[in-house]
Design a protein around this ligand. Structure first.
Ligand code: GDP
Length: 329
C-alpha cells in the first residue's frame, strides 16, 4: 500500500476547522498515534484549534454491557440531530486494550446514526499500555468541537476505571441501568452511581414496566443518601425504553434543564474550569509517566527489578526509588 504523504500542521488544522469528516478523522488518528513525532505535531494541533473548542455540551454515558447503550444512543442521537445539533459519539472500551476483543462488540452499532451526515462516531484507541486513553479521548473531544460538533457523547462500559476520567471531562454524566431482581444496587459500583447526574432505567417495557418503576423508587432513595452536589443539582431517576423510543424525550429535556440551570448559576463554567486544572495535572502525569517508561535508563533495569521484586530479593519501594534515581540522574 502506498504510504500517505504526511500532512503539515496547517493541513491538519484546516482539515479540522473546515468541518470535514475526513479531516477530523485524520486529526484524531494523529492524536491517537504513539509515535513521538506525531505526539509533538498533535500537541501543536491542539494548541492551534484550542480557541475553537469548549462550545459543545459534553455528556458521559455509561452502563454495563447489554443495558442498551448503543440502542439508547441510536435513538437519543436522532433527538439531538432533530434539534439541529451536530453529534459526535466517542466510545471508550477498556476491554479492547487488554484482549484485543471488545465488550462493545463487533456488531454494527448505531447503524442509522452512523449514516447521518451530522453524526460522527468514533471508537477509542486501543492498546495504549501507558494509560493515555482518557487523555486521547479528551483531545479527540476537543477536535470534534473545533470541527463544529456541538453535542458530544462519550460512552464507556461501566465496569472499569474509565468512568472517573470521563466524569472529569463531561458536563453531565448519565448512568443507564436495568431493573434487577431485587438486587438493584449490586450490579454497578456505588462510586459510579455517586457520579451520576441522572440515572435512566432502560428496558422499561413489556412486563418489565412494574419492576422498572419499583427500581426507580429504590434508586431515588439510594441517591438521597449521597451527599448533596455542590452545584445544587439533584440527580433524577427516569425510566425509558430505548427500543420503543419511550422516555427519551424526557431525558433530553432533563439534560437541557441541567444546562440552562447550571449556566445560570455559573456552575457550568466553574466545573469546566476545575476540569481544566484537572487536565493540566493529568497531562503532566501522563507525560512524566510516558517519559519515565521510555527512558533508556529505566528500560535497562525495569524487568530485572520486576524479577527481583517478584522473587523477594528487593522490596518494591526500594526498586522504585532506585529506578527513579537512575532516571533523574
Ligand atoms: P449495550 O451493550 O449497552 O450497547 O446494549 P445494546 O444496545 O447492544 O442492547 C443489548 C440488548 O438489549 C439488545 O438485544 C437490544 O435490542 C436490547 N435492548 C436495548 N434497549 C432495550 C429496551 O429499551 N427494551 C428492551 N426490551 N430491550 C432493549
Amino acid at each position: 500500500m502506498k504510504k500517505r504523504r504526511r500532512l503539515s500542521l496547517e493541513e491538519y488544522q484546516e482539515g479540522v476547522l473546515s468541518g470535514s469528516r475526513v479531516g477530523l478523522s485524520r486529526a484524531i488518528t494523529l492524536v491517537e498515534s504513539t509515535l513521538d513525532s506525531d505526539n509533538e505535531l498533535a500537541a501543536q494541533l491542539i494548541d492551534k484549534i484550542y480557541d475553537y473548542t469548549g462550545k459543545s455540551f459534553r455528556i458521559g454515558i455509561t452502563g454495563v454491557p447489554g443495558v442498551g447503550k448503543s440502542t439508547f444512543i441510536e435513538v437519543f442521537g436522532q433527538l439531538v440531530l432533530e434539534n439541529k445539533k451536530k453529534l459526535a459519539v466517542l466510545t471508550i472500551d477498556p476491554s479492547s486494550q487488554k484482549t484485543g476483543g471488545s465488550i462493545l462488540g463487533d456488531k454494527t452499532r448505531m447503524e442509522k446514526l452512523s449514516r447521518s451526515a451530522d453524526a460522527f462516531i468514533r471508537p477509542s484507541p486501543s492498546g495504549d499500555a501507558l494509560g493515555g486513553v482518557a487523555h486521547k479521548t479528551r483531545e479527540t473531544m476537543l477536535l470534534c468541537e473545533a470541527a463544529g460538533y456541538d453535542f458530544i457523547l462519550i460512552e464507556t462500559v461501566g465496569v472499569g476505571q474509565s468512568e472517573t476520567s470521563v466524569k472529569n471531562m463531561v458536563d453531565f454524566f448519565l448512568l443507564l441501568m436495568l431493573a434487577g431482581a431485587g438486587d438493584e444496587l449490586q450490579g454497578i459500583k456505588k462510586g459510579i452511581m455517586e457520579m451520576a447526574d441522572a440515572i435512566a432505567i432502560n428496558k422499561a417495557d413489556g412486563d418489565n414496566i412494574d419492576r422498572a418503576q419499583k427500581a426507580k423508587k429504590e434508586y431515588q432513595n439510594a441517591l438521597h443518601l449521597f451527599p448533596a452536589n455542590e452545584n445544587g443539582w439533584v440527580p433524577e431517576v427516569k425510566t425509558c425504553s430505548a427500543v420503543n423510543s419511550e422516555g427519551l424525550v424526557e431525558i433530553f429535556q432533563l439534560l437541557d434543564k441541567f444546562q440552562v440551570e447550571q449556566k445560570q448559576t455559573g456552575y457550568f463554567a466553574l466545573n469546566r474550569k476545575e476540569q481544566a486544572i484537572h487536565w493540566m495535572h493529568q497531562t503532566i502525569h501522563h507525560f512524566l509517566k510516558q517519559n519515565f517508561y521510555k527512558s533508556p535508563e529505566v528500560l535497562k533495569n525495569l524487568s530485572k527489578f520486576e524479577d527481583e521484586v517478584r522473587q523477594g530479593n528487593k522490596h518494591s519501594v526500594k526498586a522504585a526509588r532506585t529506578l527513579l534515581n537512575q532516571y533523574y540522574k
